[in-house]
Design a protein around this ligand. Sequence first.
Ligand code: NAP
Length: 310
Amino acid sequence: MSEQKTKYDIIVIGAGPAGYTAGIYSSRARRDTLLISGILPGGQLMNTTDVENYPGFDEGIMGPDLMIIMRKQAEKMGTKIIDDEVVSVDFKSKLLKVSTASSTFEANSVIVCTGANPRKIGLDGEQAFAGKGVSYCATCDGAFFKNQELIVVGGGDSAMEEATFLTKFASTVHIVHRRDEFRASKIMQERALSNEKIKVHFNCTVEDIQGDQKFQKVILKNVKNDEMITLEAGGLFVAIGHEPNSKILEGRVELDENGYVVLKNNTETSIPGVFCAGDVHDHRYRQAVTAAGFGCMAAIDADKYLAEQK
Ligand code: NAP
């Protein structure tokens, strides 16, 4: 068996739209590129069905299919892909180190594209009906629920934004929040609460998520009086925050108080040579197309950085 190559120009960590696009651009710039995919190659799009808003696919495309195409394109350009999980990084010296459980790889530049995951309520039905009426992205899935009643869980800016957006399609949008006041900014609350299609259920926790082939209803508990309420709807949107996948970066690059990577000058992190793209820094847009765009930018920035080191 031939010995595994461990030294590259650029290592990309993560295999969502940001990671694959970074791979495509850095390989096309003739940089010897390794992409370590993580345990779920393809990222959040692997849990999505139809993607109708990724430019270039006028009939839409299934999320997993889009990721397979991006992966093939990166490989065709020359990106070496390893399906393994990065367990640690060492950015103390100029030669940057990235380790899986079994190997350590080195490169002069690293592009972090580890993504984020929507926070989950944590109920069995949530998992069972994910993609079958339970969604974590109104922009992605709202249009599939025309003239139906919808439920949004959460009380932050995301919940207000998603609920307001969903009124474009839904007959009624129910916001379910566990407390008696929203966390969201006043302006976002006002926008949501002034919308006639939005009904609010304060002090309600989601106790169960039920359905048959697809999602049908939630069982709520009013925490003030213990009353149980059944709310039927076409779809359930969980908007209780996101968690960036930045555990391996703690103490290695600057993160904000929520764990998102802090960027300066476009895609640069606090460590020279380490760049970042996608949802692990971007809590604002969180779209496949913006992640891909950031992946492109990070690869161009990494290529320029390497050229300047010569
Ligand atoms: P967030 O501010 O952390 O709010 C999460 C909400 O979900 C809170 O109301 C929280 O309830 C609730 N929640 C958390 N865990 C829950 C659970 N297990 N069950 C039920 N409810 C739960 O998250 P976000 O709304 O995604 O916003 C994240 C950041 O992005 C914020 O800084 C926000 O301002 C920003 N953002 C900005 C915009 C914009 O300006 N257009 C849009 C979206 C997001 P509690 O309140 O009881 O804790």
